[in-house]
Every structure is written in C-alpha cells, then in structure tokens.
Design a protein around this ligand. Sequence first.
Ligand code: SF4
Length: 220
Amino acid sequence: MSSLTELYEKIAKCEACRLCKQRKRAVPGEGREDAEIMFIGEAPGWHEDQQGRPFVGPAGQFLDELLQSISLKRSEVYIANVVKCRPPGNRDPLPDEIGACRNWLDRQIELIKPKMIVTLGRYSMARFFPGGVISKVHGTARKSEGVTYFAMYHPAAALHQGSLRKVIMEDMLKIPSFLTQAEAASEEPSPQKAKKAEKVEKVEKVEKVEQAEPKQLSMF
Ligand code: SF4
C-alpha cells in the first residue's frame, strides 16, 4: 500500500473537527502520486461528499474543461482541497476547521512533491499567498523553496458569476509556461525526465560505439 493510500485511510477516520459529524465520505484527493502539478480547492460539496472524490460536480466539469484547454488530463495532475470533509450546506470552511485539516494537506504535498501548486479560490490562496486578495492575486505566481505557486479563482466562481469564466480560462492558459519554468529550475528530474535522459544516454553510447568500431577496423 502506498504512503498516500495509507494517508487516505487515516483521513477517512479523522475526527479532528466538527465536519466529521455530517460527512458521508471524507474526500482526501486524487490523482497521480508523482504529479508535477497539484490543484488545491476549498472543500468538498454535495457531489464530492456522496462520491468521496474531489471536483466531481458542475465546478469539477469546468475544471476538466480547463485542464483540457492546456492538454492535461485529471490522471496527470493531483487534485485536493484545503478541508477534506463537506461543510454543512456548502458553507465556507471555518478557520479552526482549516487549521485542524492542515496537517493532512501538508502531508499530501510532502508525499507528492509537486513542482507547481495551483490554488483554486480564496481559502487555498490564503494559505500560500498570505495577505493576498483574490481579485488582485489571481493569474500571478510566486516561488518559494523550489515550488511555484499560482493563484486562480475557484471554478465554481464562474458558475455564480458568468463574467469570471473568461478570466479563469485566461489564467489557466498561463499555467504551461510557469510549469515549464518550474521544471527547468527543478534540480531533481521527474521520473518521466529521468527516463528520457536514460534513453538519450543509451543512444549516445550506441553512437559512440558505432563511431569507434570503423577506426579499430582500419588499424588492421
Ligand atoms: S475536515 Fe479534516 S480535520 Fe475535519 S474531520 Fe475532516 S479530515 Fe478531519
């Protein structure tokens, strides 16, 4: 069992705040365990609570569209929330609930080690852009300890305020270039990059052998 799966089991049993009382299911998060990019939203809603999966309601459908717009699939990224259980009536999570749930998110980040973290909405932004205001900070990035943080409105904001749809789509289109920069600056190559480097090294070795052999033959 992977460390992340073990973590999910612990989250499912967590009773560290009042949100455990009304949840049907905890929603730890899902996606690639070695994802380079991690999206962090606010809290599960009704659909998420029913299924135990993040971003599966209408906001999740919009997130899927946004990912498609930059040629990414859900299976290639990691998606989580600041709190793992649904606040009753979809109210905003309270500061003590966010505080109680913080260790779970910290552990997820520690295990996944993303190069880029995209915050979706105010609560996630507040964690990584302290003192920031979403209307000013959205579409901007900051870097800290080798990780690039990028702030966006929550996809649900577009469902309530249609004019934000275009803004969110435009912000999403900025992600690939920040991700490329984050990858380039990263000291540790990702497993995909390591495989590519291994292949290049093998090809170079073969080429060297092929170049060396005719010379040896010409000596005889
Ligand atoms: S919201 Fe977080 S801290 Fe609260 S019960 Fe759920 S998993 Fe535990």
